[in-house]
Ligand binder design. Sequence first.
Ligand code: COI
Length: 354
Amino acid sequence: MIETSDINTHPVANSRISELDFDNIPFGRVFSDHMFVAEYDNGAWKNFEIRPYEFLSLSPANTILHYGQSVFEGMKAYKNMKGEAILFRPLDNFVRLNKSAVRMCIPELPEELFMGGLTELIRLDAQWIPDRPGTSLYVRPFIFASDDYIGIRPSDTYKFIIFTCPVGAYYSQPVSVKIETKFSRAFEGGTGYAKTGGNYASSLFPAMLAQEKGYHQLVWTDGKSHQYIEESGTMNVMFVIDGKLITPPTGDTILKGVTRDSALTLARDWGYTVEERKIAVDEVVEALKAGSVQEAFGTGTAATIAQIAEIGHEGVDYQLPPVEGRILSNKILAVLDDIKLGKVEDKFNWIYKV
Ligand code: COI
């Protein structure tokens, strides 16, 4: 791990923490005092700094503004019952960031740079970690190409930045989703598994069309046949059908969600039958008609466990059972909270003490 002495730290003169209303935290609009910055040049990561959160100065020719060579991550920090700052599964985010980076021709980060910068930043801004139920400190690490060059080629220089923001719920109510059977998010050989900005940008238009019809989000289907369920715009999707937990397998086209893995691990540990397999849209629609879909929910860092109240498919909206009676997803959410708070044993080693 890089040491405190390797990081040039310039703390803020005056913290903005007193401006934060801990009882009313929106998602993604309030940013903590500091950010961690590293630069890549001449084949090496260097110039490690923690400095006040501030605007970046970029040339209009900066390649990131044109061609989107960037990757990002999302994870959360919490305060446990003893008031200690913890991160949930940060090494999984580190591994996924590098996997995304390889696909986008971005140099990988050494683990000690990622973990060292992250640890020092969270320590310094620990007072920004909210502790009301449903709140957390969202951590956004990202790497972007930074050459001033408008030719098409991988950049020679990059910036790695981590900033954080105290957040409340991403979805404040159970969501209504539409199964998308026209537009595509990803395809085999593409970038669907990578956490890169373009995947999100290209999903905005189809999502907007669905939102105009009253849905919150899409459930994407495979780009080739549109016959199989993939993931939602902001989260992986899971169904409980006839008592079994079913979710599509990750691969080229689906993000390997950390919350997804946590939910599957807990369900397996509790003895549930868990099936990671292709799920046909027809299978879900038939099960919805037959009333055998007991639960449907999304999993994601921002979304946590987001209950799906309604699923739309080709003009028909299917209502799902009331959220209060959903045994598995409510238990997953409650136990994940208990693990983060240190109320129950962290038997899978998911907690990293800052
Ligand atoms: C996350 O869940 O962390 C994401 O990056 C998704 C985005 C909707 C905030």
